[in-house]
Design a protein around this ligand. Structure first.
Ligand SMILES: CC(C)(COP(=O)(O)OP(=O)(O)OC[C@H]1O[C@@H](n2cnc3c(N)ncnc32)[C@H](O)[C@@H]1OP(=O)(O)O)[C@@H](O)C(=O)NCCC(=O)NCCS
Length: 507
């Protein structure tokens, strides 16, 4: 018997056949990485049908509708991978569990931004650059003091990143030329250095700005970032150290508790990136028109501030406080099932099983409670967690705990006020944002402005009607005319007073 014939390699046709039933034409759409290019559909044109409006632009090609980006890949990325069905999260290929157990926040930052785990000398170069860039111009004190005493720390932090950008004209493409950063993709070493300088600045100063936003609320003086501490130790020092003079007296006289610093370091690793979430998408969307990176990060802060994104851990605490004790858990879950309440900290757009970060964070919570004392809310949280995981309603909908279910409890145990929780999310997420921004600037095909399309469903063309001919009939629907609002007493008095020409004419 001769040798068996080699089996011919099964060639798969990676394409999609589409038939446009309006015209009978057939198209073959290429499939790459299990995705189809939306722009291909622009070439599929048909004469306008009887039900088409001119605004449908039928002859100009099909549009792809995806409200809320439910199934649109906006970028090719090598940074983070999530498998939501199997509860997998990897940074640059490394499982989050291994990084949380063995790495440190700045090492993970290096990995996310530069793509590989650093050597010893690479890590010490990166660490010293980041920590070196912690201090900020003393003028910034005036900036923070300009806020009202009760300003939300996120309002301060969002503005502070934008303010920070105003110091660095060399980082502003509006002043220096629009290819200031994108020319790094063509091998311009100076552009690359400029980009990395801004990255060191943003990570280094994130803790400084966050601590200043915190201290202004506490009525404390600001401190200069310390030397010789890790990133999270330095952050805790800047938040809590009371005497600004101590740092001048040789060896550091204030050192945060190592368990708390380590816990924060792990929390920072878990929060550093999560691929195309709302705030990272916002940073890229903003970055795509090529403003300075500080403005893009400020936009990311604004997006993260929303309760659907960075505010969920705070919602968990408020929910647990409202439940009050484990005995009220069954009644609360019944209310959730009747859709009268939401179980905050459960469910996720991507994860359809437990969020892998929730297991890690649960362990960190125990370590923190061992030092800070047990939060009585934990009993309610545990009772809620266990009951929901056994309940058919949550099981059948694949609703499992997400990272926010536990993180708020840790922050609370560490003594942070609730409105500071989103700030504790922003500081590590700056790393994910700058990693995505840098990847976009270095894209070999250049940066295209992110300009999505819309489906216009408003009125077709109509002629202007002079004021005297308008009937004033109310348009049907919610929000179709300006609301009538109640004015404050001060405004009422001002409205009753006479101003301007009326007063002058009587003088
Ligand atoms: C995260 C979240 C917004 C994801 O939303 P989504 O992907 O659009 O999921 P859906 O709204 O399609 O949920 C599917 C089903 O589960 C239900 N559901 C989802 N999350 C729920 C929750 N936390 N409590 C109760 N029911 C929930 C929905 O009502 C829906 O039920 P139905 O199919 O009977 O209508 C949502 O799970 C949620 O609001 N969770 C609580 C807030 C939170 O913890 N956010 C932090 C995320 S990291």
């Amino acid at each position: 018997m001769g040798k068996p014939l080699p089996t011919p390699e099964l060639k798969r046709d990676d394409s999609l056949n589409v038939k446009d039933n309006r015209t009978g034409k057939e198209y073959t759409v290429p499939i790459t990485h299990n995705s189809i290019p939306a722009t291909f559909f622009k070439g599929i044109r048909a004469p306008a049908g009887p039900n088409d409006r001119p605004e449908d632009e039928t002859e100009r090609g099909l549009r792809v509708a995806d409200k809320g980006f439910l199934n649109t890949a906006v970028i090719e990325s090598s940074i983070t991978y999530i498998d939501g069905d199997n509860g997998v999260l990897r940074y640059r290929g490394y499982p989050i569990e291994q990084l949380a157990a063995r790495s440190s926040f700045l090492e993970v930052s290096y990995l996310l931004i530069y793509g590989a785990l650093p050597s010893g000398s690479q890590l010490s170069h990166f660490t010293s650059e980041v920590l070196l860039h912690g201090p900020i111009h003393s003028d910034a004190e005036g900036f923070f003091r300009a806020f009202r005493y009760d300003a939300h720390p996120m309002a301060m932090l969002t503005s502070a990143f934008s303010y920070l950008g105003s110091y660095y004209g060399e980082a502003n493409p509006s002043l220096q030329g629009q290819d200031l950063f994108t020319k790094a993709a063509k091998g311009d070493a100076v552009a690359l250095q400029n980009m990395d300088r801004q990255i060191f600045r943003m990570i280094g100063k994130a803790t400084t700005l966050a601590a200043m936003a915190y201290r202004i609320r506490q009525g404390r003086d600001f401190v200069v970032p310390p030397t010789g501490m890790s990133y999270t130790e330095s952050f805790l020092y800047q938040l809590d150290h009371l005497s600004p003079t101590d740092q001048l007296s040789g060896p550091q006289s204030y050192k945060p508790h190592p368990v708390l610093a380590k816990a924060l370091d792990i929390l920072f690793i878990l929060h550093a990136d999560h691929e195309m979430n709302a705030s990272s998408t916002t940073v890229l969307q903003t970055g795509s028109s090529l403003p300075d990176p500080f403005s893009a990060v400020a936009a990311g802060c604004a997006s993260l501030y929303g309760p659907l994104h960075g505010g969920a851990n705070e919602a968990v605490i408020r929910m647990l406080l409202s439940i009050g004790s484990p005995k009220n858990v069954p009644a609360f879950l019944e209310a959730v099932k009747k859709r009268e309440k939401v179980l905050s900290g459960f469910g996720h757009r991507v994860y359809k099983t437990s969020d892998p970060r929730s297991f890690i964070i649960r362990k960190v919570a125990d370590e923190v409670f061992a030092v800070t004392g047990r939060d009585p809310l934990l009993d309610t949280a545990m009772a809620l967690h266990d009951a929901a995981l056994k309940d058919e309603y949550f099981v059948s909908r694949k609703l499992a705990p997400n990272v926010d279910f536990w993180s708020g409890l840790i922050y609370r145990a560490m003594g942070f006020p609730m409105d500071f929780f989103p700030v504790l999310f922003v500081v590590p997420r700056v790393v994910g944002w700058v990693a995505h921004w840098r990847q976009m600037m270095l894209s070999p095909s250049g940066v295209k402005i992110w300009r999505p399309r819309q489906i216009y469903v408003g009125p077709s063309t109509r002629d202007y009607v002079p004021l005297e001919e308008r009937t004033g009939a109310a348009q049907v629907g919610i929000g179709m005319e300006p609301s009538v609002i109640e004015h404050s007493g001060m405004t009422k008095r001002r409205k009753l007073a006479e101003t301007g020409d009326k007063v002058r004419s009587k003088l």
